[in-house]
Design a protein around this ligand. Structure first.
Ligand code: NDP
Length: 313
């Protein structure tokens, strides 16, 4: 039985998921996880984002759990996560293109001082500032060269930025210079003008962006965080902005979401905030990707974006 039970985004989202699956995968049987008549024994697959507390334990007999997010740290760290059930992360072209669009927007905005222009306009200030660098003179360093990091790096390079990336596993890569592991990080950081974080949140990467790492960037570098908020020591980020070691930051993710009303990040003149929406594909695109993964699984193929507990991502 290849039925998919949809829990993602709660009971209110069920009808829009049902309609999306009906449009893109009419042959895939679906049911709401919250349907009073639903019995977990009647489904093989569950689609989740942040299921209610305790609910994941009821997914222990699923063949596979699929996440509507590419980051799954919030699921695998829960006490009710059934560790024996394979977990597949969200992928698909639209997710990668949206992320590349966002980072392009953020990088160009940083280059041209978009936040300063917006603030000047609010104050009716006509203030012409010199442009320090163009894209061809700017090195973007991407932390993470996975599904999204690689898509972002390739798009930035195609647009004319100088790009390098850092990841864990040594390998050949023709287009983007790659740096690996701790030693590679020391070579990677000092030439970076704009640092982009696209790492997964794992015990090894949590709080990786701290005062020490920031001090190794070029003085006056910029920072774009599209990974997870817990990668960053927020006090260290604010201190680096205050000292001028960092010029500006664009943050799509923060340690506590939604950001508390009292956070100093809201009003910082050199921080641009967006509400964790860098790369949220449409319902149809997500449903099409999920249906594709289920087809692959039913035909005995392993999906590429399988969470690996040994690596933590
Ligand atoms: P992948 O798992 O495909 O890629 C992760 C990359 O990080 C890999 O290149 C991996 O190295 C590298 N990496 C992991 N651990 C380490 C480490 N300890 N040291 C060095 N490199 C490391 O993930 P995705 O590209 O799909 O997604 C990345 C993250 O983006 C997600 O985990 C999530 O946090 C975030 N995200 C944010 C969204 C938003 O809207 N803001 C939306 C979607 C995702 P290697 O290649 O060697 O395995």
């Amino acid at each position: 039985m290849k039925r998919l039970a949809v829990s993602a985004d709660g009971p209110a989202a069920w009808e829009s998921w049902r309609d999306a699956f009906a449009r893109v995968a009419p042959d895939l049987p679906t049911i709401s996880w919250f349907d009073p008549a639903f019995d977990p024994a009647d489904a093989s697959y569950a689609l989740v984002w942040e299921p209610p507390v305790g609910e994941m334990a009821r997914m222990a007999n699923m063949r596979v759990i699929l996440s509507t997010g590419a980051g799954v740290n919030h699921l695998v760290n829960r006490p009710d996560f059934p560790a024996d059930v394979p977990l597949v992360r969200m992928g698909g072209d639209q997710t990668a293109v949206l992320m590349a669009d966002y980072v392009m927007w953020a990088a160009i905005g940083l280059l041209r001082g978009a936040r300063r222009w917006a603030r000047d306009q609010e104050k009716h200030l006509w203030c012409n500032r010199p442009i320090l660098r163009n894209s061809a003179e700017t090195r973007v360093g991407v932390l993470g060269f996975g599904n999204l990091g690689a898509a972002v790096a390739r798009r930035l390079a195609a647009t004319g930025f100088i790009v390098s990336a850092w990841c864990r596993t040594p390998r050949e890569e023709k287009q983007i210079p790659l740096f690996f592991g701790e030693e590679g990080l020391s070579d990677f950081l000092p030439s970076v003008d704009i640092l982009v974080n696209l790492l997964p949140s794992t015990p090894h990467t949590r709080h990786i962006i701290d005062a020490e790492l920031l001090s190794r960037l070029k003085p006056g570098a910029d920072f774009i965080n599209v990974g997870r908020g817990d990668h960053v020591v927020e006090d260290d980020l604010l201190a680096a902005l205050a000292s001028g070691q960092l010029d500006s930051a664009v943050l799509d993710v923060v340690a506590t979401e939604p950001l508390s009303a009292e956070s100093p990040l809201w009003d910082h003149p050199r921080i641009t905030l967006t509400p964790h929406m860098a790369s949220e594909a449409s319902r149809e695109a997500q449903a099409a990707y999920v249906a594709h993964v289920i087809r692959e699984l039913e035909e005995g193929r392993a999906p590429p974006l399988l969470y690996r507990p040994d690596r933590g991502y």
